[in-house]
Design a binder for this molecule. Structure first.
Ligand code: MN
Ligand code: MN
Length: 256
């Protein structure tokens, strides 16, 4: 069976949007309602967003890997790796940086990725070999001059030397959004080496950055592979160019 992933992704995003936007910045959104498969606290808004995923995707018979419910194996060739709301903390504290993320795989191969920023209504998409797009228009990573880069990073205090080697630090608190920003050239790189990022956070963003001409690796510089798991934790480096990758890898190597 063939699926129109672009239509499915946008429809899911719009339905989540309808349900969650009235909760933006509210106490209610941030109320704890349980724990997810990774043992993290589930907030009310996460539950609301996840319910949409289950209701809309279950009838398609595809496998689902999602942040709150975990892995649902339907025996399908296709697996959708989803974060219904990346940036929940931003959402319930009223910071307008959060997004829906979906990466679709046939077997283990990526076939489609999309990120939707609810407030700007920016819809980012990528297919392997076909480039990356923002609202239907092609996007590319930036080509910053040395020393002029803007970078986001999550290191728990490690690798602070990178601060001196770039111009701007932008830590936005939603890795899916930050990956989309690297793909469109608003950020030149983002890395998270806390062993904290899950496949659900980055499944779409990895494809977007690669298709926009960027580089995505693990903490040792090896090509990043998305595991079809809701609980696995990983490290990620996504950058516009080799030079910035080397600055980050060097900083990691220099750590005691
Ligand atoms: Mn997330
Ligand atoms: Mn989430």
């Amino acid at each position: 069976m063939e699926f129109e992933w672009d239509r499915i992704a946008l429809q899911l995003a719009k339905e989540i949007e309808e349900k969650i936007i009235p909760l933006f910045g509210t106490k209610k959104a941030g109320e704890s309602v349980g724990t997810n498969v990774s043992g993290d606290v589930t907030k009310y808004v996460d539950r609301v967003a996840e319910d949409v995923i289950l209701k809309e995707l279950s009838p398609l018979g595809i496998n689902i890997v999602s942040e709150e419910v975990g892995e649902i194996d339907s025996g399908s060739d296709y697996t959708a790796v989803i974060d219904p709301l990346d940036g929940s903390y931003n959402f319930y504290t009223g910071i307008p940086i959060f997004a829906f993320s979906i990466g679709v795989f046939k077997g283990k191969k990526p076939v489609y990725g999309a990120i939707y920023e609810f407030l700007t209504k920016n819809f980012y998409e990528a297919k392997p070999g076909e480039g990356a797009y923002l609202n239907g228009r092609p996007i590319k990573v930036n080509d910053p001059e040395p020393g002029k880069e803007s970078l986001s990073f999550y290191t728990r205090g490690r690798c602070m030397e990178v601060v001196k080697k770039v111009k701007r630090i932008r830590v936005l608190g939603a890795i899916a959004v930050e990956l989309a920003y690297v793909a469109r050239g608003s950020l030149d790189g983002v890395f998270d080496i806390r062993n904290y990022v899950r496949p659900t956070d980055v499944a779409a963003g990895v494809l977007l950055v690669k298709e926009a001409g960027g580089i995505v690796t693990d903490e040792s510089g090896r090509d990043f592979r998305v595991e079809l798991s809701a609980t696995e934790k990983t490290n990620i480096i996504a950058v516009a160019n080799e030079r910035l990758l080397n600055i980050i890898l060097e900083a990691i190597k220099n750590e005691p």
